[in-house]
Write a protein that binds this ligand. Structure first.
Ligand SMILES: *Cc1c(COP(=O)(O)O)cnc(C)c1O
Length: 388
């Protein structure tokens, strides 16, 4: 069998995967070329430094594809993520972007991995970093702030972030402790409004002006959208323009670095999920993956993913209908909230390819009920995208 990126078995098409493996288990079909294309797009078009948010999809082959495309900076939230990235890529630059960290994690990040960038949203967290690392000396602390709410699928400011009123004082404390300073925010995941980012930048600039200390980093976070069926926000270019314009209107020192931390928009299209129908009952299809495994976001975020029925062994019906899709666990909430529109003769043994499955799928899967998808292959064929 041909091997490709990160030693994954490699196939020309999803049909070839099926012919070779006949999988009764879910298979993640990575599209390394699509991952690289999207990473290069960010690197070439975002007007600043691009970090990849590892939590979105930490699989080694995904990181490898992004690294091959030129991504060198990684937004990590735990010691495990830092260790994973650095184990494979000793030259990678990891940023410790969780606002609440165990002291032992800070100490290990500092001593073992030489991590230079940390995020805080509270003065007590600053003290923890001073206690464990001994203070500034060229290291960077970004203060995460709350920004105005716009149309995002998930709000991430409910849990983390200091108010714009309190942030200047915290920035001054960071500066006084001899760290380089930065301001960070996150507008929420799957954000449908470019203006959310420019409003965020404006809020950050107000905080910086008020703090009146030198600021070296402005981090606009993640939240850039991917396309789903029925959810097709403006192109990423509009977001980059909006950010660039707001950032240019500033009186900051010229060496202030603009950064972003995309997860979803960088990797969603770079992987599809191949599942198998285990039983049909009327218009219900029972499949081998569900909301406790790869498809939790269909419930939490109400995302409707593109899907197609595949069976290289037979001719599929040209009439189609809606099917309710049920996951494998014994819990009755394990049902996708949106139906899939598939050929009306779909039945046991057929496969369904589900697209836009690169973000928050394998990274969010549990082992509940003994079902755990863990098979990855690489596929050359183009990704399965939503119908525009
Ligand atoms: C989750 C997260 C990201 C990535 O968010 P996406 O919506 O996937 O782009 C980036 N930064 C931080 C701090 C996060 O928590």
């Amino acid at each position: 069998m041909k091997k490709s990126i990160a030693n994954l078995p490699s196939f020309a098409t999803v049909e070839e995967v099926i012919k070779e493996l006949r999988p009764g288990y879910p298979v993640y079909c990575l599209r390394p070329e699509e991952l690289k294309r999207q990473a290069k797009y960010f690197l070439e078009s975002f007007p600043g430094r691009v970090l990849y948010a590892v939590k979105c999809n930490p699989h080694r082959a995904v990181i490898q594809a992004l690294y091959d495309a030129g991504i060198r900076h990684f937004d990590t939230a735990s010691l495990a993520e830092i260790a994973d990235v650095r184990e494979s890529f000793p030259q990678a630059d990891c940023y410790f972007m969780h606002p609440v960290k165990a002291r032992a994690s800070i100490q290990t990040a500092h001593q073992v991995y030489n991590i230079d960038h940390y995020v805080i949203d509270d003065a007590k967290e600053l003290q923890k970093i001073i206690d464990t690392t001994g203070g500034g000396e060229g290291r960077v602390i970004l203060v995460r702030i709350v920004t105005p709410v716009h149309d995002s699928q998930y709000q991430l400011s409910d849990k983390f972030g200091i108010s714009a009123e309190e942030a200047p004082e915290l920035l001054r404390q960071v500066h006084d402790a001899h760290f380089q300073t930065g301001v960070a925010f996150h507008v929420g995941s799957q954000c449908r409004s470019p203006q959310a980012f420019s409003d965020g930048v404006k809020t950050a600039l107000d905080v910086i002006a008020e703090a009146n200390v030198p600021v070296h980093y402005l981090d606009v976070g993640g939240g850039f959208p991917a396309w789903y069926e029925d959810d097709q926000p403006p192109p990423l270019e509009d977001y980059f323009k909006s950010i660039h314009k707001a950032f240019e209107d500033n009186s900051l020192r010229r060496d202030c670095v603009l950064m972003c931390e995309p997860g979803r928009a960088m990797v969603a299209s770079g992987c599809s999920l191949l599942v198998q129908v285990q039983l049909r009952k009327g218009n219900k299809l029972y499949i081998n993956d569900g909301i406790y495994q790869s498809l939790s976001e269909t419930l939490a975020g109400k995302f409707k993913l593109p899907a197609r029925l595949v069976n290289p062994d037979r001719e599929l019906s040209s009439n189609s209908q809606d099917f309710t899709i049920l996951g494998p666990t014994c819990d009755s909430i394990d049902v996708l909230p949106e139906p899939f529109h598939l050929p009306d003769d779909a039945d046991e043994g057929d496969w369904i390819e589900i697209g836009q499955a690169g973000a928050y799928t394998n990274s969010a899967a549990t082992r509940f009920n003994g079902f755990f998808p863990e098979t990855f292959v690489s596929v050359d064929a183009p990704p399965l995208l939503p119908t525009a």
